[in-house]
Design a protein. Structure first.
Length: 233
């Protein structure tokens, strides 16, 4: 028998649709339930929560592996590193992110500190998956310099006042999603959802502001078709 994540589920198409709507758009679980109801699909919002928890990381992992395979073939790659402040039960946590020169989030990692150890673990995790970039753009946080010096890539670091603008702007979709979810309750929930959200957002983000309408529609259709192939039972 073929190994499929939908082995004990009879409606894989509905699961794919529910996961896509919830992760891609800033909607609550009950919003997704109402949207599916308008399409004649009667499911409980708790079922949507179960499907996202069970299949969301599986779908996002396929997208990341495909992206990583492509990036390892490209040697002239530039990363932008940034950390986002996230409140969890009143305590500040840090969501480290690596963004490529096209504005796509490659890797995310949640920590309670912003020191050398956290930066080092984040860099090693990102480089293990995507390889070593040509240049790394960061802000003036000393943790980056200390971590990159230990790895032996400190000469690739670039620091500038406006060089991190791409990284600063790339967190806006995540902030909108955070507000819709009324923030996160646990560190593990933040890590899991951030990984899913960034992967799915990258897949469907085609920068419609710089593409013609006809070109954007072609890219959108291609992304949707590729999503259906990646998430097929």
């Amino acid at each position: 028998m073929t190994n499929t994540p939908f082995r004990y589920f009879r409606t894989p198409e509905i699961i794919q649709l529910a996961d896509l709507i919830y992760v891609r758009f800033p909607l609550s679980l009950r919003n997704v339930e109402d949207l599916l109801h308008e399409r004649g699909i009667d499911v409980c919002h708790e079922s949507v929560r179960l499907w996202v928890d069970r299949f969301g990381t599986h779908f996002a992992g396929k997208i990341r592996r495909q992206r990583a395979s492509y990036m390892r073939q490209v040697t002239q790659w530039q990363w932008h590193l940034d950390e986002v402040f996230v409140k969890i039960r009143g305590e500040t946590h840090y969501l480290w992110r690596a963004i490529d020169h096209e504005g796509e989030v490659l890797e995310s990692y949640v920590t309670k500190t912003r020191d050398k150890a956290a930066a080092l673990k984040f860099l090693r995790k990102a480089m293990k998956r995507y390889g070593s970039p040509k240049t790394i753009v960061t802000d003036r946080l000393r943790s980056y310099g200390a971590a990159m010096k230990e790895i032996g890539i400190i000469e690739r670091r670039q620091v500038g006042r406006h060089l991190t603008n791409r990284a600063e702007n790339s967190h806006l979709p995540f902030r909108r999603r955070e507000r819709a979810m009324l923030r996160f309750r646990r560190m593990s929930h933040l890590q899991k959802f951030a990984s899913m959200h960034f992967s799915v957002h990258n897949h469907f983000n085609h920068q419609r502001n710089i593409e013609s309408r006809a070109r954007f529609k072609l890219l959108r259709d291609a992304a949707l078709q590729e999503w259906r192939e990646l998430t097929a039972a």
